[in-house]
Design a protein around this ligand. Structure first.
Ligand SMILES: [Zn+2]
Length: 417
């Protein structure tokens, strides 16, 4: 007998395209969607278990475009600060991977790690079926030039200045198996006043990074607030740029011209969380909150403009800080509706179909379509009406990744036919 198939019946299907959900059925065999039926048609029923969706919405799994599985704090466990001993860090990252999947994120594009090799080995453990977690584009440490700051997640031994040392870092990332290589092209004002406007690398260094990335077939990912950081990031061939907060007209033009090869993730979750945080008295967030207000105001203008120009924009919000825990990732979708003028369906399209594209698998991931990988969520309710329901994991009745249930629907109607 062939391996059993699953049929999701009595569901409304949000296929990832951004159009309205439609009534239909979906058949899954092995790791793939093999049939999608609509308008009262039925998918083939041979050797299948039928799951009664009770009218819920079946949709593609979500992608987190700015993931930090090694940033310690999660919705399950508060960690005061960023540093953990290596043993705790490894287990915490594995736990965070499971937490993202528990919350409907079947894919994650890493924005950098607190360990050189941890994400690479974590990805192998997930992909070999031994640990629950999303599909992962793994990264190494975030790279910034040598400095004496206390909050320096990118501090590693081979740090050095100059194009040769930057290119060597990229080659080293490839050698350990990382796919995404993260640079802080400009600094971060939330951590150091004014830093968002300072370039951390020279043009020569960034061009050397780009050249090395092309040679070694890795993807460059950049933290870029300053206009010049955005411009240089595009010129150097970065594939993903985060924030882009202070992009000027010239930077916008460059982003638009490169829209077929790059992605922008504004990363608004961390900004809203900063504004919302009520820290203990000994922790002064005044400056961080002032900066967050500026960033939010700029992003509210920037994102609609980038969208108008056809740039691919994705949710994902730097979750993992003590006041912005891993597991809260779906909040970004509601923030996009609130701040950026997206409808819920448009925000979901960005987190699903565009998610497949940023993962490098746009032709087989992120949509409910025949032949696509079966990363599916069965939702109690309709997130295209109210996207905030995705923040309640109890509303995720089923979570399927690669054709396997991470969370099985507790429906008595699930039966063999
Ligand atoms: Zn980040």
């Amino acid at each position: 007998m062939p391996s059993p198939a699953f049929i999701f019946s009595h569901v409304r299907i949000f296929d990832g395209s951004g159009s309205e959900p439609f009534a239909g059925e979906v058949r899954v065999e092995g790791s793939r969607i093999t049939a999608v039926a609509r308008d009262g048609a039925r998918v083939p029923r041979d050797h299948a278990r039928v799951i009664d969706g009770h009218g819920g919405v079946l949709m593609p799994g979500l992608t987190e475009a700015h993931a930090h599985l090694t940033w310690p704090t999660s919705v399950e466990k508060f960690v005061p600060g960023m540093w953990l001993p290596p043993e705790e860090l490894a287990l915490t990252a594995a736990r965070n991977a499971r937490i993202l999947l528990d919350h409907g994120f079947t894919s994650a594009y890493s924005a950098g790690a607190l360990s050189k090799r941890l994400e690479v080995v974590l990805k192998e453990q997930i992909d070999s079926g031994g640990l629950p977690g999303p599909r992962l584009v793994a990264s190494s440490v975030e790279r910034e030039p040598p400095n004496d700051g206390a909050l320096d997640p990118g501090q590693v031994d081979e740090h050095g200045r100059g194009p040769a040392s930057v290119a060597a870092f990229v080659a080293g990332c490839k050698a350990i198996g990382a796919k995404a290589v993260k640079f802080l092209i400009s600094g971060e004002s939330a951590l150091k006043p004014g830093a968002s406007h300072e370039l951390l690398y020279t043009e020569e260094e960034l061009m050397a990074a780009g050249q090395a990335a092309r040679e070694h077939d890795v993807w460059l990912t950049g933290h870029a607030h300053a206009a010049e950081a955005v411009r240089l990031g595009v010129k150097a061939g970065f594939r993903v740029l985060y924030h882009c907060t202070y992009a000027d007209e010239a930077a916008l033009d460059l982003l638009e011209a490169a829209k077929d090869r790059l992605f922008v993730a504004p990363s608004i979750g961390i900004v809203q969380a900063t504004l919302d945080a009520s820290p203990p008295p000994h922790f002064d967030m005044t400056h961080m909150k002032e900066d967050a207000a500026l960033v939010l105001a700029a992003q509210k203008r920037l994102v609609p403009e980038l969208r108008r120009r056809g740039v691919r924009l994705l949710p994902g919000g730097d979750y993992g800080f003590p006041f912005n825990p891993n597991g809260r990732n779906a909040r970004d979708l509601a923030l996009w509706v609130e701040h950026f003028g997206y409808t819920p369906a448009e925000a979901l399209h960005a987190a699903t179909a565009l998610g497949g594209e940023i993962m490098g698998q746009g032709e087989e991931l992120g949509q409910v379509r025949e032949g696509f990988l079966a990363d599916l969520l069965l939702i109690d309710g309709d997130p295209t009406v109210d996207v905030s329901i995705l923040q309640d994991r109890r509303r995720l009745r089923a979570i399927m990744k690669d054709g396997r249930f991470h969370k099985t629907p507790d429906t008595p109607a699930m039966a063999w036919v």
